[in-house]
Design a protein around this ligand. Structure first.
Ligand code: NAD
Length: 338
């Protein structure tokens, strides 16, 4: 048995990843360290809570004493760091906690791992040579694109929101631990994820929830901002591959060549809802433009050819299928909730 520390496992991607890893790897014990902020939910892991190889510890990744205790107690041999403050709108109103968790929390985890796994720079303790620190990051670190082009791993960082600035900073700290201490690190920079268990505050759950409640569906600005949408299970597969086979010290962009404007996303979802839960008028009549987000990045697009060429990853889930399954999931979820 080998213990991995998964942080942020009560959130959207972390909870999907925990189930994916528990199912695929019978020799892993997974320790989920999560602060259970407003964004996390115990409900997200209700199916694995009794699993003999799963353990939840409620706590903060900034708490060095707790993190050190976990490394020693469970003999942690790998870290996948997903814990973060993630909502751009919140980062505009209250940036402090983004810097705290995303930068200092990542540093605390990295530094604890370094001291637990290594004796000195380039010098691993015996049997710890293959321990890996995988930092989960975002395409938002690269800033905003014009009408053409896509972010590659060599695109200069140009974060525009306190959220993306905090993620960019954490990536830099991870980078420094590879270059200074030759610690085994990898970073993945992924595009927007969709799928089950995403927090209510995010775009897709908001569209579905408001539609079902008969409330207006708020779309920022003129709805033309573009994101590259990837199914969360495809992201989990990419994380699995990079964690196990990624080149040490590397970064990998993860995306699905599936650019959609926010308005297109709202329209697609309304059309699916019109079919699955019809009302006398189309849900699309509820779409309403609202004042744009401050500093709203115009377009993100990801060139994922490196992870494809080096590790053979490409997304499996067709957007048309994935979004229908996702709408179906939230339909059931919100019908139980309201
Ligand atoms: P989320 O907001 O759904 O979940 C974050 C989790 O982290 C929550 O369970 C929360 O309780 C926990 N957390 C927050 N602060 C903590 C702290 N100080 N200590 C311990 N736990 C803490 O986020 P998500 O969408 O699942 O994103 C996970 C990671 O993936 C983040 O690092 C995010 O930047 C990255 N990412 C997300 C997307 C996306 O589209 N959702 C895309 C690319 C990258």
């Amino acid at each position: 048995m080998k213990a991995l520390l998964i942080t942020g496992g009560l959130g959207f991607i972390g909870s999907n990843l925990l189930i994916y890893l528990l199912t695929k790897y019978p020799n892993y014990v997974l320790i989920n360290l999560d602060k259970l902020t407003y964004a996390g939910s115990l409900n997200n892991v209700k199916d694995i809570v009794q699993h003999p190889r799963y353990k939840f510890i409620q706590g903060d990744i900034c708490n060095r004493e707790l993190v050190q205790y976990i490394f020693v107690e469970y003999d942690i041999r790998g870290v996948i760091n997903l814990a973060a403050e993630t909502h751009v709108d919140n980062s505009i109103k209250q940036p402090d906690v983004f810097l705290q968790t995303n930068v200092l929390g990542t540093f605390t985890l990295l530094d604890t791992a370094y001291k637990y796994w290594m004796v000195s720079p380039s010098n691993y303790k015996s049997s710890y040579e293959n321990c890996m620190f995988h930092h989960i990051s975002t395409d938002e670190v690269y800033g905003s694109l014009g009408e053409t082009g896509a972010f590659s791993e060599t695109t200069p960082y140009a974060p525009n929101s306190p959220y993306s600035a905090s993620k960019a900073s954490s990536d830099m700290v991870v980078r420094s631990y590879y270059h200074t201490y030759a610690m085994n690190t990898v970073i993945t920079n992924c595009s927007n994820n969709y799928g089950p268990k995403q927090h209510d505050e995010k775009l897709i759950p908001t569209i579905i929830r408001n539609a079902l409640l008969g409330s207006t569906i708020p779309i920022y600005g003129d709805g033309s901002n573009i994101r590259d949408w990837l199914h969360v299970n495809d992201h989990c597969e990419a994380i699995d591959l990079v964690f196990h086979c990624g080149k040490k010290g590397s970064t990998y962009n993860v995306g699905s060549d599936n650019e959609q404007t926010n308005l297109e996303i709202a329209q697609v979802i309304c059309a699916i809802l019109d079919e699955m839960s019809p009302k006398n008028i189309s849900y699309s009549k509820l779409i309403e433009y609202v004042e744009d987000r401050a500093g709203h990045d115009k377009r993100y697009a990801v060139d994922a050819s490196k992870i494809d060429n080096e590790l053979g990853w490409s997304p499996n889930k067709e957007f048309e299928i994935g979004i229908r399954e996702t709408v179906d999931w939230y339909l059931k979820y919100y019908k139980n909730k309201y």
